[in-house]
Design a binder for this molecule. Sequence first.
Ligand code: XBP
Ligand code: MG
Length: 258
Amino acid sequence: MSQLQAILWDVDGTLAETERDGHRVAFNRAFEAKGLPWRWDEAHYGELLRVAGGRERLLHDMASRPDAPPLADERTRLARELHMSKNALFGQWLRASGTPLRPGVLPLMQQCREHGIRMGITTTTSRINLQALMQSALGPRWADWFAVVICGEDVQRKKPDPEVYQRALQALDLPPLAVVAIEDSPGGVAAARAADIPVVVTRSHYFAQATIEGAIAIGPGLHQREGWRPALRGTHGPVGLDDLQAWCSEMDSVSQFG
Ligand code: XBP
Ligand code: MG
């Protein structure tokens, strides 16, 4: 493992808990505003999260709804309309709720900035949603924190396809083993692994129990040292760059760990 030179951040579930009370509720409000009786409860939305991308998720759900438009073109149009409406409502929710970054995220970001470790965003979410989150969490100059930002619109194929990660590596001009991805979902981990990038997983609400294969470390969040596999040395302080580097160095010995 070479020296760690950059961190690639997933967004939904990793930077912030945005799904259950954010995207899901905004989808439901968009259905209501359009006069549709569809509602996604928490459990159903958990199932739907297997499909990356809000528009793709809508189309997937319509496929099993007898009251969805019969023609593919109509479904595509409706999905686009609902998705735009959902994203606007999601932005309103973020601004009103002031949803914070998950604990431990900001300290690691600050440490990266202090030590010249570049950061990137690698997400399937829409750019407008990322902007709303980062604006509220890091302020109007949030983009200065990141050397590369790849969103859903920037790729042909969303996670678990590796494209988002391959594009980030290309933009950073780094080999996969010089970076670490931080993810929360099996699809996100699969995307990073398919790009040969080592992945650290912070468990999120919807993927707390999910089977996750191929991560170099899995734990409850960056704010605490307890509960990580492989175990972290020391008992105080959030997960830091030294910890990420140590996991990367141990990688070969834990590659079978799922
Ligand atoms: C998570 C996703 C997204 C969001 C909704 O992205 O799959 O689709 O659920 O956002 P990630 P959009 O974990 O890669 O950040 O509706 O804009 O797709
Ligand atoms: Mg995620």
